[in-house]
Design a protein around this ligand. Structure first.
Ligand code: ZN
Length: 289
């Protein structure tokens, strides 16, 4: 079964992510451990961890996903920034294990003027360092597909495959972002384009490496190489694209997390839109059966 949820705020106390998810009708949840645009990491009390684990058991909201900080750049040519990023990720992964987080999602990195080949080698070496310092026990490490804006690495399935090659298969995987892949040049809102993406991914990595979908429409046109999320059905992907994903025999069994603009009660509306697609397709299937 598909599970539909959202990225929510973790401000005040981490356990509140479950309350916030429940309030908007989310079945799965994603959040940041700390402000994604600051290097400082909050000290968390045993009490806060205990509350988090209690609610995690109580609320039946899963999988639970942590998104890494936007400041990390595992591709950086700046040794200090790269080391800081590696240390930050290691610290996050240790804490994710304590919180029994299912998936940790990170943007692979930005080339920032370097040759892409070098940026890719930097990321691979960073990933290798992270896993040699700390291999997570309970959390699976996911690389997110990116749009390719500002020299981002991870805009093609080939790049993702190359990066994942240094990680243990049973501890790593992929988070597919619908807005990013569409902006990167995968036409996933037509049947042919969707099938082409699926079969490319399957032949290069195997579909089973995909664990989470970031479910966002796109404010910018196809192949724009821009990362601008839009409400479901209101962007250049359109409802048809989400129908293809949610009703697919493989993709229809994954968790979907919206990261759409936080405006009014749009989280509820976007989740409803996705749920309607799923319900419609189950109706059709049961009437056929
Ligand atoms: Zn992301």
């Amino acid at each position: 079964m598909v599970r539909i949820g959202a990225h929510v705020s973790s401000s005040k106390s981490l356990d509140l992510v479950f309350d916030r998810a429940k309030e908007i009708g989310a079945e799965t949840v994603q959040f940041f451990l700390n402000s994604p645009r600051s290097w400082s990491k909050k000290e968390r009390s045993d009490e806060e961890v205990k509350n988090f684990l209690n609610k995690k058991n109580l609320f039946h909201i899963y999988p639970v996903v942590v998104h890494a900080s936007y400041l990390y750049n595992l591709a950086s040519s700046d040794e200090t920034l790269r080391r800081k990023s590696i240390e930050g990720v290691v610290k996050d992964l240790r804490f994710c294990d304590i919180l029994e987080i299912d998936y940790y999602v990170i943007h692979p990195g930005k080339a920032k003027g370097q040759e892409e080949k070098i940026a890719i080698e930097n990321i691979k070496s960073s990933l290798d360092s992270i896993f040699s310092i700390y291999t997570p026990k309970k959390t699976t490490f996911l690389l997110e597909t990116l749009s390719g804006q500002k020299g981002e690495i991870g805009k093609t399935t080939y790049e993702i495959k190359e990066l994942l090659s240094v990680l243990p298969e049973n501890k790593s995987g992929v988070c597919v972002d619908t807005c990013h892949i569409f902006s990167a040049g995968y036409r996933i809102n037509t049947e042919d384009g969707f099938e082409a993406y699926k079969s490319e991914f399957d032949s290069l990595l195997g579909l089973e490496r995909i664990k989470v979908v970031h479910c966002n429409d796109s404010k910018t046109p196809f192949n724009s190489r821009k990362d601008r999320h839009q409400h479901i059905g209101e962007g250049s992907i359109g409802i048809k694209g989400f129908e293809l994903f949610l009703t697919d025999e493989f993709f229809g069994n994954l968790p979907y997390i919206i990261e759409t603009p936080k405006e009014n009660n749009y989280d509820v509306i976007n989740i409803e839109r996705l749920r309607r697609i799923v319900e419609k397709s189950t109706c059709v299937r049961s009437s056929e059966g």
